[in-house]
Ligand binder design. Structure first.
Ligand code: 5GP
Ligand code: MN
Length: 350
């Protein structure tokens, strides 16, 4: 199967920039998910395999608990924990890889650190509308995950044979989490070719599934149950659903980061549903509402995320933020639903 992504010129640029670099930074987006962390750790593993000794992963903030098992997770630097250290690393860098995000604003406060760097940038990502102001932009919105792109690059660079089991586990984790355990964005045959190659490296895919998806606290399950039972609004004629989550509710159920992960996917289980929206108060900043959108059955949420929620993402999995109260966020959501009334109303095949 041909999984080579780069043309000969791009491959040369990638090889040459890596060979000339000594101090390499890999950064990924705020609120890093399995793909952001998995792809970054896998790429660090690859670069170190080629003899690079100074490779640092810098993330804007905390990773969720269910990713802490990832090999070498402890080596990640966090901007919110030590901005000066991260700034220093960026300042010293002679090559920066931007993984799993399309625009530098996705780094949030850490964007300032990236701007300090004069180093060439290489973007490796699968979101729509990539930043092309880079030495090399490797952007593939059709692919499941940045981790899948990382596999293809390692393959094309001829380094599959020396890929470690740790590296394979990180790639598998990223591919699995960005496809909801291979339930969406996952119909391309290449994905299953790659999985077979990762299994040959000795990864235990069932164990990885358990580590990621069977890792809730009792409180997290109860918070989810509360939201579904008491907070879910289903607008049947629009094939849409949304819910709000307040700080008080999160406090009551001793919320920790990651506890809400995937909850926005649950309403998608309703037959014929096209759109699910989660509105959640930020736990630290007042008047900041974190928005997640998921779509299916022929409706695509990405334009709505851009137009109404200051965000973007993938065609069927997007996010954004609002600077207002939760009540105002609900009003904005209702306006957004009405703006797309015609598309949402149409009956879906399911
Ligand atoms: P989630 O709902 O899991 O937070 O995000 C879903 C997708 O939308 C992710 O791929 C993420 O990268 C993207 N996304 C989340 N928040 C934002 C945002 O503020 N801006 C943009 N452009 N994309 C976002
Ligand atoms: Mn991703």
């Amino acid at each position: 199967m041909n999984i080579s992504l780069l043309n000969p010129q791009q491959l040369d640029i990638l090889k040459n920039t890596i060979s000339q670099a000594q101090h390499i930074v890999i950064c990924a987006h705020k609120s890093p998910d399995g793909d952001a962390v998995g792809s970054a750790l896998a790429w660090k593993n690859y670069l170190e395999n080629t003899g690079k000794t100074e490779v640092q992963i810098c993330l804007p903030d905390q990773t969720p608990d269910f990713l802490h098992w990832l090999p070498n997770h402890r080596q990640i630097l966090r901007y919110d924990r030590g901005p000066d250290k991260v700034k220093e690393v960026f300042h010293k860098a002679d090559l920066v890889f931007c993984l799993d995000f399309n625009q530098s604003s996705r780094l949030d406060d850490m964007q300032a650190a990236l701007e300090l760097s004069q180093a060439p940038r290489i973007l490796i990502d699968h979101h729509l509308d990539p930043d092309t102001n880079c030495a090399l932009t490797i952007s593939h919105p059709e692919m499941s995950s940045t981790s899948e792109i990382i596999f293809d690059l390692i393959w094309q660079l001829g380094a599959y044979d020396s890929m470690s089991c740790d590296c394979a586990a990180c790639i598998y984790c990223g591919m699995m989490t960005d496809t909801g355990g291979f339930t969406y964005n996952s119909t391309r045959p290449e994905i299953y070719f790659i999985i077979s190659k990762l299994l040959e490296k000795g990864i235990n895919k069932d164990e990885i599934y358990n580590l990621v998806y069977h890792n809730f606290s009792a409180n997290a399950i109860k918070l989810r149950a509360h939201i579904i039972l008491n907070k879910l609004n289903v607008i049947e004629e629009l094939h849409a659903a949304y819910f709000t989550v307040t700080k008080d509710e999160m406090r009551k159920f001793h919320f920790i980061k990651g506890d809400m992960e995937g909850l926005v996917n649950i309403p998608q289980k309703i037959r014929g549903l096209k759109l699910s929206i989660s509105l959640r108060e930020d736990t630290e900043r007042p008047n900041l509402i974190l928005v997640s959108l998921r779509s299916s059955n022929g409706f695509h949420c990405q334009p709505m995320a851009t137009r109404f929620f200051n965000g973007g993402g993938h065609a069927d999995a997007s996010g954004g933020k609002l600077f207002c109260t939760i009540e105002e966020a609900e009003q904005i959501t209702l306006r957004a639903l009405l703006a797309y009334k015609n598309e949402l109303q149409q009956k879906s095949a399911r």
